[in-house]
Write a protein that binds this ligand. Structure first.
Ligand code: KDG
Ligand code: MG
Length: 402
């Protein structure tokens, strides 16, 4: 079998998605997600100009060699644009391989290690009582693990919170919106939120929280300590991740489990975090982490050091990534939990898929390959629109992590 052609489809059904389609001379095709929120066209052009011409004629079964060819062969290793492009190629090739062998992808990654994939959903409230309503609504939907975010008194807009009645979507069309952040207001409020949620719903449900990169190491340590009575499943991205050593300070002060890595794109972003056991869950996922080939190696390293996976699964990761993640989650031993932020019905219509949700668990389905399609006619009705993630500033105007 040979790669005959490949094309990139960019569409914007409520938000932008970049999809790579690799065609083979035997009529089998594979899909890869190449969406990098707010930088979509950079990856699309990287694929079109630099990768696709060099893919033609290769054997799609050579996933390892093709991965190394685009990684080492580019000379300019790593970086989110390159690694997202490599991930899209890699996932499309694994899709082809599994389709050609007529098996669901998880069979090639180790088979079934569990019956279903535990997922967590988002309960986002504009304030304490609305967050409690949202937790209740998601318990009714069967979720066993719920991430709780809330509007903070005295802060106009914060990560994860939509205006009442709207669904949360981080990127907005046009130029970046700016928001103002106060760590002290946040740290004063969040323990009260979790106290109220535990008082209302008890300790049988898993609760998670995303600090979204905003705390310094010592603030994160304090957050973790304050949260200990509420037994969080994890605190996510407590601080900025560039300096891996900084997690030692957090780790030394709290037993609240730590999840990091949705913006990582290589094992070299987390090698110390893993080998020095500074984290509990790794969030680096397939679309931004170099695809299945690289994540398999990273997850196997993590397994040795008792670090489990907790893959990113926000709506900017297309159903192609969701499917790939679910096959992966099903197969590896050190799976922890999977994020589930359901896509809009229009997105599911453009990417029809075999994966399903039931009672707090997801299942990749038994279709050959990833089990995801692309309705190109419908996608074509929703052309690309420029969109950005917000930019955050402290109350004195200093640019801060969003
Ligand atoms: O593109 C950015 C989003 O994917 C991110 O803000 C979502 O932090 C996120 C999460 O945990 O889902
Ligand atoms: Mg996050």
């Amino acid at each position: 079998m040979k790669i005959k052609d490949a094309e990139v489809v960019v569409c914007s059904p409520t938000r932008n998605f970049v999809t790579l389609i690799i065609h083979t001379d035997e009529g089998i095709y594979g899909l890869g997600d190449a969406t990098l929120n707010g930088r979509e066209l950079a990856v699309a052009e990287y694929l079109k100009e630099h990768c696709i011409p060099a893919l033609i004629g290769r054997n799609p079964f050579d996933t390892e060699d093709i991965w190394q060819y685009f990684y080492k062969g580019a000379y300019w290793k790593r970086g989110p644009v390159t690694m997202t492009a490599i991930a899209a190629i890699d996932v499309a090739l694994w899709d082809i391989k599994a389709k050609a062998l007529s098996v669901p992808l998880y069979q090639l990654l180790g088979g079934k290690s569990r019956d279903g994939v535990l997922v967590y959903c988002h309960a986002n409230g504009t304030g304490l009582s609305h967050s409690i309503e949202e937790v209740h609504r998601h318990i009714e939907l069967g979720y066993k693990a719920i991430r709780v975010q809330s509007g903070i008194p005295g802060i106009e807009k914060t990560y994860g919170v939509a205006s009442k009645g709207k669904k949360y979507e981080p990127a907005t069309r046009g130029l970046p919106q700016e928001s103002v952040w106060s760590t002290s207001k946040y740290l004063n409020f969040i323990p009260k939120l979790f106290e109220a949620v535990r008082n209302k719903f008890g300790f049988d449900i898993h609760l998670l929280h995303d600090c979204h990169h905003r705390l310094t190491p010592v603030e994160a340590a304090r957050f973790g300590k304050d949260a200990e009575p509420y037994r969080l499943f994890w605190m996510e991205d407590p601080g900025s991740e560039e300096l891996q050593e900084s997690f030692r300070l957090i780790r030394n002060h709290t037993t609240t489990p730590i999840a990091v890595g949705e913006i990582f794109n290589s094992v070299f972003d987390c090698n110390k975090l893993i080998t020095e056991q500074l984290i509990d869950y790794l969030r680096m996922t397939i679309v931004h982490g170099g695809g299945i080939t690289h994540l398999l190696k990273t997850a196997h390293l993590a397994e040795i050091y008792n670090v489990r996976t907790g893959f990113h699964g926000a709506t900017d990761l297309s159903p192609v990534t969701m499917a790939a993640a679910l096959h992966f989650d099903m197969a590896i031993h050190n799976f922890g939990i999977q994020e589930h932020m359901p896509h809009e019905p229009l997105v599911d219509e453009i990417f029809p898929h075999a994966y399903t949700y039931k009672d707090g668990f997801m299942y990749p389905g038994e279709a050959a390959g990833l089990g995801v399609g692309l309705n190109r006619q419908l996608a074509a009705k929703y052309p690309y629109q420029r969109a950005y993630l917000p930019v955050n500033r402290l109350e004195d105007g200093t640019v801060w992590n969003w």
